[in-house]
Write a protein that binds this ligand. Sequence first.
Ligand code: HEM
Length: 552
Amino acid sequence: MAPMFHSVQIAHSKPIAALLALATHYVLHIGEWDNEFHVFLGIWTVAFGGLAAAEYMHDPRVTSIGVAVKVSSVTAIVYFSVLTTSIILHRAFFHRLRRIPGPFLARISKFYSVFAGVLPNFQYYKKTESLFEEYQTDVIRTGPREVTIYCVDAVPLIHGSMSRCRKGPWYASAAHVGAASTHTARDKEEHRRRRKSWDYAFNAKALREYAPRLDRHALTLMSRLKEQARLPSIRITDWFNFYSFDVMGDVGFSRSFGMMEKGEEDPMIKLLHDSLSPMSIFNHINWALNLATRTEAGAKALVDHIDWTGKVLQERAKNIPKENDVFSWLLDPMTSKVTPELNADSRLLVVAGSDTTAATFAWLAYELCKSPQIQAKLRKSIDAIAPSKPHLNVEDVANCAYLDGVINETLRLHPAVPSGVQRETPPEGLTLPNGIYIPGRIIVWMPVHSIQRDPRYFAQPLCFLPERWTAEMPEGVMDKRAFMPFSTGAYNCVGQKFAMMELRSVTANLMRLFEMEFAAGEDGTEILEKSRDCFTTNVGKLDVKLTPRYRS
Ligand code: HEM
């Protein structure tokens, strides 16, 4: 009894609690715990719960459970106060990033980004822009172990194919919910191996095979829009979603999602957005995203979406399609076995391939409604292509400079992944071309939205000028490396060329068949104000009026 009593006495001694807190800080500091926070929660619960139980059982002065809880609470308060103070002091004054300028509160916690950057309007990229204006420097500390880098000279070091940076912990935050997709695989070798199949699925030959499917879907969209053109207002953002989902169903899995046919929001689109929307906040507090997705409620939308895309793949694996689709390249041709990794890639295809394209279409429509002159100039270029054909095919519109200019300019001003992608520096750190040293194991972001609007890289950066991408205004792009809506390097967008095919084919046919303007009562406020940065953009609604140019 006596030794036990002494052990309990030692366990709730305040100096020992303080020492344990410092030891905990050390362990937290040297390791990557973003996705293991539940382990600490478990240890703390067992430790302090166990202490209370031991007090109750072995300390003769503790006469009730209430007293036991009170005594161990005092120990917990000492422990957590020392832990928090130690973390705050270290982050604020002693951290390896202490000389990098940035908001003081951002040094202490990523909650700064949530409260000052996300919550005002869910458009964090505006915050990164305002920080750049305020600090006028290329490297800003935006988190305890995070910097945001604004100079394109850093692109090869951070994103280039020879970069020693790897994907940050954000990519693994939901790893316990399902297997890693090719996109979320953090191990470079694993990514390289899996990416090979994706590269085949989107090489020139495969793209040629997908083209007729894209032509069919563009045709369907146009005929549905012709019917809708009778209405004074069309929610065009919905139609772009229907189109991009249907394309992914067909090109990815050789099946129809039938969304354009139904013409109404499918629960699956809502489910996709529900599964992505927590990202707007949780992108910044990785450990909380990980914890939330360990609860049933927090993981529900994600699990449901994974289940749905898993089923879609299971059905696809049972049937060999007549024409090759993306999964013809990803599934093992001998077994067609659906592994958890392929399940994850199934969701990747739907998320990466549909939402990004739909968002880009939405912004493109917004810009064209805002600038009737640009719309007229674009229409003139389109009308010159194969005038005798009723419908322009993918290959007809592959080389229209002004059309590409309009698309590039949309991707420049409104990148679908606006805040960029998370990378982590290698253990030895890296020195940027401007001489600034970033230590090892630091999270780095290159904010695409801000960089693509930087006057150092683009003339009149806030103006929508498709000409800058044509021979008309070559001085409009001063540094092409600053244009990276599809990212760059080994992890860049594998569907980039495919996305361009979609964007060209739909935009060209839309311009050919309709005059487009904002619907009555629409001025673009909703898309400007309500679009949310959830890693990809969940765009606000846009209503347009379409006036057919020809009688059918
Ligand atoms: C305008 C449309 C699109 C934009 C702006 C876009 C942008 C991006 C970006 C920025 C990344 C890098 C993500 C990261 O490093 O975390 C990415 C990756 C990816 N994208 Fe796209 N994307 C678009 C369309 C598509 C389409 C249509 C597909 C498929 C058909 C696709 C498939 C993928 C895949 C599979 C990855 C992961 C690549 C990897 O990790 O190796 N994307 N995309």
